[in-house]
Design a protein around this ligand. Structure first.
Ligand code: ADP
Ligand code: MG
Length: 640
């Protein structure tokens, strides 16, 4: 090959940074390079199968896809060879010189610059192709893309520093050879026994055969009558598969160990932590498919952003079709990871087609049901370990699950049962609606809850005062999604759900006749004050009325039935959404000294506005005009 043909390129800056890290960090788990490179070879074969649907000629005369691992003791190289899709020269430059993979990008963004903690991180993420440099001081890639002429092969060489070289070569066989020139301290990867063990550990589930050269034990010829001499293993021309070579999800459950399920998950997701739980089923019926669904133990950082993607890979009859097939799982279960293999969908299915397909709808519903059942099983389990898993799940994903109340009407009951809340009698987020129902007071006819911007705001909300006094439990909700999600829930198990800040307080039988009479009397007595307040606060409130719901606070704001609460309005405004005009109701506490003082007060207008603004502050809002609020307070302070 003439020198002119060799072109030098520089790595993208991030790649150089990553490479530096790979080679300079003490790697805690060097053997994962094999998993990464085998996984790439397997991806390449998947791609060939996919493109081969429309281009049968890509198979040339070599239809049996496989991955081979070749150990060369003389040259100290370990080669991973596949007959998959291969790389064109440009693809080699692009794909091996830049970081495209989102997982690796994610990894890069977490780097701190601190060698020790970064080294730990690198062990947690798969860093893909570049992991080869953990054990090699030089990597040669020789490849030819399916469909290209034998003369249009490419050789890519790098020592894992700033640069790589590329030249055109001729390569008879389609696919890619990754040739690792092993470092002196990594020569144990030339040991066939060790390599087989690693492949079995990480890559057994790969659906293609991973082959190594068969070795036979050869004894040295001994002359007749002599003792046989020591022998050695000799490589033969025969190849043998060292993995089971069937996609994990196609095997029956009883043949798969927990370790294998976990290893498959880690490969699938690049997640370092084991999943919390999984469900694996072959579903038969109007549409046939296999589902292998995992619940991760940690939420990705972007779970609440638009970027969050469903982690379901779609296969059709074992052929990989697409990543992140979001039509296969409802949005509120987007944390679920796994594989769906359909027997019915066409191989050339597109994302658009998926959205309209009836089969896909059936699969999506089946997946949702299975995940909810899996969660229900954990939640209901008597085993402490399972309960802990449910707690861990809920802490990570509870808020996402709640979105289902608004999204999946068919499963609303199921979802409601899975929810856990903090309450006025128990701070832990552990009270289910069934627990609450079991504890209600005699005569109580509703499940009461309050929503606020934080747990402490919910806990100290003035709306709760009467409930506390009467010893009635109130659920405390403080997640952003609560206010919206609860709009969709009117009852649980025959009991209406009642937001304590909405509508007039009606405790039914929990309030005795005397209390009701007292309220009526107070309403009568305070009518002139109420009218005057309504006048002073005309632009701010819809109505002013006397309440029994308060004990310690002078006033509170409530929302009319069927209207948006102040929190929801704040949330919508923050999100830049149009908000319908709606004013709260001001309720005053006739027992409070400040309210009693109102009648005939000299600075009625200032007092009225201060009371209103304080009610707003108490439920987490801000006065519309904080400066004039302060001015009023100060002038009242001076006058007192
Ligand atoms: P990922 O596999 O997540 O895309 P990698 O760093 O492992 O990231 O690989 C980078 C890219 O290099 C792959 O996306 C692919 O385009 C290319 N590549 C790596 N190995 C092979 C291979 N054996 N055959 C074809 N392309 C490959
Ligand atoms: Mg990879």
């Amino acid at each position: 090959m003439s020198e002119q043909n060799v072109k030098k390129h520089s790595f993208q800056a991030e790649v150089a940074q990553l490479l530096h890290l790979v080679t300079h960090s003490l790697y805690s788990n060097p053997e994962i390079f094999l998993r990464e490179l085998i996984s790439n070879a397997s991806d390449a074969c998947d791609k060939l199968r996919f493109e081969g649907i429309n281009h049968a000629e890509y198979y040339e005369n070599d239809p049996n896809l496989h991955i081979r691992v070749i150990l060369d003791q003389d040259n100290k190289t370990l080669t991973i060879s596949d007959n998959g899709i291969g790389l064109s020269q440009q693809e080699a430059i692009d794909n091996l010189g830049t970081i495209a993979k989102s997982g690796t990008k994610d990894f890069m963004s977490k780097l701190t610059g601190d060698q020790k903690s970064d080294a730990q991180l690198i062990g947690q993420f798969g860093v893909g192709f570049y992991s080869g440099f953990i054990v090699a001081d030089k990597i040669t890639v020789e490849s030819r893309r399916a469909g290209l002429d034998a003369s249009e092969g490419v050789r890519w060489i790098s020592g894992g520093t700033g640069e790589f070289e590329v030249e055109q070569i001729s390569k008879a066989s389609r696919g890619t050879d990754i040739i690792l020139h092993l470092r002196d301290d990594a020569l144990d990867y030339l040991d066939a026994y060790k390599v087989k063990q690693i492949i079995n550990k990480y890559s057994d589930h790969i659906s293609l055969p991973i082959e190594m050269q068969k070795e036979i034990w050869q004894e040295e010829d001994a002359a007749e009558g002599e003792e046989p001499k020591a022998g050695q293993y000799v490589k033969t021309d025969e190849w043998e598969a060292i993995n089971s070579a069937s996609a994990l999800w196609t095997r029956s459950k009883s043949e798969i160990t927990d370790e294998q399920y976990i290893e498959f998950y880690k490969n699938l997701t690049h997640d370092f932590d084991a999943p919390l739980a999984w469900a694996h089923n072959r579903v038969e019926g109007s549409t046939e498919y296999t589902q292998l669904l995992y619940i991760p133990s940690k939420a990705p950082g972007n779970i609440f952003t638009r970027e969050a993607k469903a982690g379901i890979k779609l296969y059709v009859k074992r052929v990989f079709i697409m990543d992140d097939a979001d039509s296969l799982i409802p949005n509120y279960l987007r944390f679920v990871q796994g594989v769906v293999d359909s027997a019915d969908l066409p191989l050339n299915v597109s994302r658009e087609l998926l959205q309209e397909s009836r089969d896909v709808k059936t699969i999506r519903e089946g997946n949702a049901r299975r995940v909810l059942n899996l969660l229900d099983g954990l939640a209901k389990s008597e085993a402490v370990q399972e309960q802990d898993k449910y707690k861990a799940f809920y802490a990570e994903f509870g808020a996402v699950l709640k979105e289902g109340l608004g999204e999946d009407f068919g499963n609303r009951e199921r979802i409601l049962k899975l929810l856990r809340f903090a309450s006025s009698v128990n701070d832990d987020v552990s009270t289910s609606l069934a627990d609450y129902k079991a504890r209600i007071k005699e005569g109580q006819k509703a499940i009461y809850y309050v929503t606020a911007d934080s747990l402490s705001a919910a806990k100290n909300s003035p709306q709760l005062e009467l409930f506390k006094k009467k010893g009635i439990e109130v659920l405390l909700m403080s997640e952003r999604v609560d206010e919206w999600a609860m709009e969709f829930v009117t009852e649980f198990d025959g009991l209406p759900m009642q937001n304590v800040a909405k509508g007039a307080v009606d405790l039914g039988d929990l309030q005795d006749a005397e209390e009701k009479k007292a309220l009526e009397a107070a309403a009568e007595q305070f009518k002139p004050v109420v009218d005057k307040l309504a006048d002073s606060l005309k632009g701010k409130t819809k109505e002013v009325r006397v309440t029994t719901r308060l004990v310690d606070s002078p006033a509170c704001l409530v929302t009319g039935d069927g209207e948006l609460s102040p929190q929801l309005i704040r949330m919508l405004k923050q999100a830049g959404q149009p908000v319908p005009e709606s004013k709260p109701i001001l309720e005053i506490n006739p027992e409070h000294p400040l309210v009693k003082k109102l009648d005939g007060a000299a600075h009625f207008d200032d007092l009225a506005n201060v009371i209103f603004d304080q009610a707003l502050i108490a439920e987490g809002g801000l006065p519309e005009d904080p400066a004039s609020y302060l001015k009023r307070i100060n002038s009242l302070l001076l006058k007192s």
